[in-house]
Design a protein around this ligand. Structure first.
Ligand SMILES: [Zn+2]
Length: 481
């Protein structure tokens, strides 16, 4: 009997030790930081048809980072105020971080917000691969690396919650069926079935060629005492715009970061609170209500209005969020090979008959010549590229990462088919390979499908969705401990 009691006491003692070790392991931590990535004046602003030099900084550009740690796995998510950052820049930043901290590259999700008023992060080739990094690209990689390393330095015990709210009033599908064939010409001498950004309030407008996604997702981390550390939101809105020409600005993404900081009462904290707005799947979604004539806005007014509205919605939903003391983290990554599109004989015939432009030495001016130039640059492209696809797991929330300006249909399909209870996608993540329409949208034509705006095979989005769903499935299976 005594032996039995002693054994039971020992067993109880052993169990107590075991469970206290288990509890000690389960400390969830979070950290956040920003890096200023503002370029020098004179760098080229991109996002429109033709680049032009920056002459003023309206607001500074940032890399904004959250790092999470479940005691076993660490994840870093970084959003950069840029229109699209090539893989080579992100890979350089990831290599630096891995060398300094041991964090695996596959556990870092790095993406661009897609502000159209940042300067280019592309090298001179301007297509889908980079050679040597330019000075700004090197600076960017260093600053992204510093951002993640600073966030890692600031890891502290934390709790995490997430939620979503609908804001349908600021998202519009920008591809339209129209009755006027003059609106449907493409730069290769053909006629499309839909028009991107048709004239506003025009009688020729019939209906949008696709849906929108009104969901705003957010992840919130706070200290054990309830001090806000960071909030990362996700909305499928291309950008807002309305800047002064040649100004550098982070667009509504920058304003949202400030607005959510205000609303959460997180100003002037040490370490500073970090608000982040990531881009969902907005390749065909923008902020223009095409049914109405253009309303008048002062520069920067519209983007502030949108940021305020979205931040207010997120703040309301945030009040209902359930915070968790610990959730399991995970990351999956795969390389997907995709064929690079080649010009058709019809395209080449159209390009061959274009009359040379005056002042051609200073670059192409007309739409057809710009696309002829882009197609020409594809001559040195590889036949196939390998694109990184990634998923992150944060408890029962799954995040997909796609290195394209991704059509909203793709994000909606991932949300519907994902094995996770909650899912959203961050576009332009871990690289920037142009637009990603669905095969159905390719058939309709339009700007986003033109060779030179889109570079990969028509079936790319089908393959990408399949791969991401497989990664989600894989990360649903608990990792062996
Ligand atoms: Zn864009």
């Amino acid at each position: 009997m005594r032996i039995l009691l002693r054994t039971a006491a020992l067993l109880g003692f052993a169990l107590a030790i075991f469970s206290s070790v288990d509890a000690a392991e389960k400390i969830f931590q979070a950290g956040a930081a920003t890096s200023n990535i503002t370029p020098p004046l004179g760098e080229l602003i991109v996002g429109g048809f033709l680049p032009f030099p920056a002459t003023h900084i309206h607001d500074e550009l940032h890399a904004r980072c959250i790092v999470l740690d479940d005691g076993t796995t660490k994840l870093a998510i970084v959003l950069c105020d840029n229109v699209g950052i090539p893989r080579e820049v992100f890979d350089s930043a990831k290599a630096q971080i891995h060398k300094a901290t041991g964090l695996p590259a596959s556990h870092m999700l790095m993406a661009s917000t897609h502000t159209h008023s940042a300067t280019t992060a592309r090298g001179p080739s301007k297509v889908i691969w980079e050679d040597e990094l330019t000075d700004y690209q090197k600076f960017l990689a260093n600053r992204i690396s510093d951002c993640v390393r600073r966030a890692l330095n600031q890891l502290e015990p934390a709790r995490i919650g997430w939620g979503h709210v609908d804001e349908p009033s600021e998202v519009f599908n920008r591809r339209w069926h129209v009755t006027n064939p003059d609106l449907l010409s493409n730069p290769f001498g053909g006629i499309d079935k839909v028009r991107m950004n048709p004239p506003r309030g025009n009688a020729a407008l019939v209906r949008p060629a696709g849906p929108t996604d009104p969901q705003v997702w957010f992840i919130s981390v706070q200290s054990k005492a309830g001090r806000p550390i960071a909030l990362l939101a996700n909305y499928s809105l291309h950008y807002v715009g309305g800047v002064k020409s040649a100004d550098v600005s982070a667009d509504y993404f920058g304003y949202f970061a400030k607005d959510i900081e205000d609303k959460l009462g997180a100003k002037e904290q040490v370490p500073a609170f970090v608000g982040i707005m990531s881009n969902g799947t907005s390749g065909d979604i923008n902020n223009i209500n095409f049914r109405q004539a253009t309303p008048k806005y002062e520069p920067y007014a519209k983007m502030q209005e949108v940021a305020q509205k979205v931040a207010a919605k997120v703040h309301e939903a945030h009040k209902l969020v359930e915070f968790h003391d610990w959730v399991e983290l995970g990351a999956q990554q795969v390389e997907l090979p995709l064929q690079v599109r080649q010009p058709t004989p019809e395209m080449l015939a159209h390009i061959a008959q274009l009359k040379p432009e005056e002042d051609a030495a200073n670059g192409p001016k007309s739409r057809d010549h710009i696309y002829a130039d882009r197609v020409g640059r594809l001559k040195g492209a590889p036949e196939q590229i390998s694109v990184p696809l990634q998923t992150l797991k944060i408890g029962d929330l799954g995040i997909g990462a796609v290195p394209f300006e991704t059509f909203v249909e793709i994000g909606l399909e991932l949300k519907e088919k994902s094995p996770f209870k909650n899912t959203f996608t961050i576009e332009l993540a871990n690289g920037s390979y142009g637009y990603l329409p669905t095969p159905e949208q390719h058939k309709l034509g339009g700007y986003e499908t033109w060779l030179g705006t889109n570079f990969v095979e028509f079936e790319a989005s089908t393959k990408i969705v399949k791969s991401l769903l497989a990664l989600f499935e894989k990360s649903k299976t608990p990792a062996p401990r």
